[in-house]
Design a protein around this ligand. Structure first.
Ligand code: TYD
Length: 136
């Protein structure tokens, strides 16, 4: 799987009553969604993630509040602040991610292309760099 990340703007269905965003395979999400999880009530100062996946597509959406993703492809690190439910951060393949600066009210929803599988995780940064090197 080609490693990539991209901030995507969702098609919205809001009307004068308010906003509504739908996400389905092929509509606002470019993969079959097999798993959904969400991170909330994150304590002050907490940093999470610190891993990459070998074979996973994810779409991260902050539906409330804000947090910052650090996205690292083994060559460059980039900080992306998510604070808008109209946008999602799409992450595919070998990308290291960290999350920080969670607001107290942050609700971070993640849609994933695969079921939970610990063997798909790379939790050691040097192993990640090695995998990137082998992959290119
Ligand atoms: P963890 O990988 O530490 O979360 P993150 O890296 O996103 O901050 O996950 C915390 C715990 O939850 C860990 O024991 C694994 C478990 N878990 C599941 O059982 N299913 C899942 O889909 C996820 C994402 C985690």
């Amino acid at each position: 799987m080609q490693a990539k990340y991209e901030l995507v703007n969702f098609k919205t269905l809001g009307d004068d009553r308010g906003s509504l965003i739908a996400i389905e395979e092929g509509y606002n999400a470019p993969f079959e969604i097999k798993r959904v999880y969400y991170i909330f009530d994150t304590k002050e100062g907490v940093e999470r993630g610190f891993h990459a996946h070998i074979n996973l597509k994810q779409l991260a959406i902050v539906v409330k509040g804000s947090c910052t993703f650090i996205i690292d492809n083994g060559k460059r690190r980039k900080e992306i602040k998510l604070n808008n439910p109209n946008q999602g951060l799409l992450i595919e393949g070998l990308i290291w991610r960290e999350m920080k600066d969670f607001s107290e009210d942050c609700v971070l929803v993640i849609l994933a292309s695969e079921h939970y599988d610990e063997s798909d995780y790379i939790r050691d940064y040097d192993n990640f760099l090695e995998e990137v090197k082998n992959d290119s």
